[in-house]
Ligand binder design. Structure first.
Ligand SMILES: [Zn+2]
Ligand SMILES: [Zn+2]
Length: 134
């Protein structure tokens, strides 16, 4: 395993595949998981339960610096989002970008969440552009 920069203050941004929320994804034991969960478990040598959520102290979803993460509960996460005014409605009719979740525009993921197809497409184009530039 790569050596982690010790007590690095700045964010470590995931350079790989991102999901719709901007979180990095990585395969661990053939299970697609959020990279930050994997990093957190490796770094702190803990097993996260499905109900455990990771809270970003830096509020950067791309960041997987274990020092910027702490284990919390979903309630805390919601409270955190409330405090930051980011709470999303549980039964969303539109994606965060205002695209309607129609039958055609809705993609259901294995985690039960729905994603906006329009946004997936947009993101794909964006990441393509980004790779071309670099
Ligand atoms: Zn960070
Ligand atoms: Zn959308």
């Amino acid at each position: 395993m790569a050596k982690w920069p010790h007590r690095r203050k700045s964010c470590l941004e995931w350079g790989g595949l991102l999901d719709e929320d901007g979180y990095g994804r990585v395969k661990v034991n053939n299970t697609d998981t959020r990279s930050l969960r994997a990093m957190f478990q490796m770094w702190h040598q803990v097993e996260l339960k499905p109900e455990d959520v990771l809270l970003h102290e830096c509020d950067n979803p791309k960041c997987f610096n274990p020092h910027h993460l702490r284990k919390g509960t979903q309630a805390e996460n919601v409270a955190d989002m409330d405090a930051k005014g980011r709470r999303k409605s549980l039964v969303a009719t539109h994606c965060p970008y205002g695209h309607e979740y129609t039958a055609v525009n809705t993609v259901y993921y294995s985690d039960g969440k729905k994603r906006c197809r329009q946004c997936i497409e947009d993101r794909r184009k964006l990441s393509k552009k980004a790779t071309n530039i670099t």
